[in-house]
Design a protein around this ligand. Structure first.
Ligand SMILES: [Zn+2]
Length: 337
């Protein structure tokens, strides 16, 4: 089986045909071993792979798995901390005349550092309430009312807002507010480009859906904006997205390819599949009868493959929307917004 370099490949097939195993486990594990990276978590190490004659891995200098796992497991992680955007915000606050006068450094504006945070809730914004006979529940912190900082920290304002008020802004609102701060503006632009303009900067990691976590990871990758030879692996990135958001996401994935990277995704969405440069269809059926490559080629070629269960759907989709005009339509729709 060949996975072409520097293009976008969609791995398709009926459910149970082994798509996810191939991409998120086998390909990921092979690339990980080649690069000498540690496994992401314990379950990855249990995988035993017996593959001979793997070639071409030397073309990659980085492996990026853009999956739906949470960006953090506690409310101490959020969109702003994960993307690095909050570092820029804290520097802006530390540079204000009032902060300099009081000797507040950037650390003062972190809700994870003792000096600036609310000590009642230790910067969490809420406290655990123990109820007799009931599991503990969370209630807003009585001291800071969810703002996470102590009053002295909140006296420092930048353009009329304190740091807690900035964390309450949506990505869209923050794009205006922080337009003059290049490091923050870059992050915010990429977050908007993957359709996350509605998220609040301080939205805890634990409140984000798998799809949102995946798009935050993608945006974080995009903001690095470097040309490279990375291998990007994505498992159903369009799951649960509205068509307009799928269009946004596809545009970003094609940008990664244009910059010299290789993108491999597991996908069911026909619009996404026909926008790929290459398709690897697995089958012929699920379970024990899956796991074999039944067709590979451009979307047009796979649509004509007789053994492929995906082919008839692909053919029908292509006849109503030829791939090239579809992608052009997607791009125009996005750029006219
Ligand atoms: Zn508090």
């Amino acid at each position: 089986m060949d996975v072409p370099l520097r293009v976008m490949t969609a791995v398709t097939g009926v459910s149970g045909s082994g798509k996810s195993t191939l991409v998120t486990q086998v390909l990921a594990e092979l690339a990980r071993r080649h690069l000498g990276q540690a496994p992401d978590d314990a379950e990855d190490t249990e995988l035993e792979i017996d593959v001979d004659d793997v070639t071409g891995l030397e073309s990659f200098d980085r492996l990026v798995r853009v999956d739906q796992r949470p960006i953090g497991r506690t409310p101490r992680s959020n969109l702003a901390t994960y993307t690095g955007l909050f570092d820029a915000v804290r520097k802006v606050y530390a540079a204000t005349p009032a902060a300099r006068e009081r000797g507040y450094g950037a650390g003062r504006f972190s809700f994870n550092v003792a000096e600036g945070r609310c000590e009642t809730c230790q910067g969490e914004g809420f406290v655990t309430v123990e109820l007799l006979f009931l599991p503990g529940t969370y209630a807003p912190c009585p001291a800071c009312h969810g703002e996470r900082y102590n009053p002295e920290t909140l006296e420092i304002e930048y353009r009329g807002k304190n740091v807690a008020e900035v964390l309450a802004l949506s990505v869209e609102e923050a794009s205006d507010f922080l337009a003059d701060v290049p490091a923050a503006a870059r992050s915010l632009t990429t977050l908007s480009e993957v359709g996350l303009g509605y998220l609040r900067l301080g939205q805890p990691a634990t409140e984000l859906s798998g799809g949102e976590a995946q798009r935050i990871k993608l945006a974080t990758e995009l903001q690095r904006a470097r040309r490279g030879h990375a291998l990007y692996l994505l498992d159903e990135p369009t799951a649960g997205l509205h068509p307009a958001d799928i269009a946004l996401l596809l545009r970003q994935l094609h940008r990664l390819v244009d910059a010299g990277n290789t993108v491999v995704l597991v996908e069911h969405d026909l619009d996404t599949i026909i926008s790929a440069d290459w398709v690897i269809d697995l089958g012929p059926r699920g379970g024990d009868e899956g796991g074999r490559v039944v067709a590979t080629g451009t979307p047009e070629q796979v649509a004509r493959a007789e053994a492929s269960a995906t082919a008839p759907y692909l053919a029908a989709r292509l006849s109503s929307h030829p791939a090239t005009s579809q992608m052009r339509a997607v791009t125009e729709e996005v750029s006219s917004e």
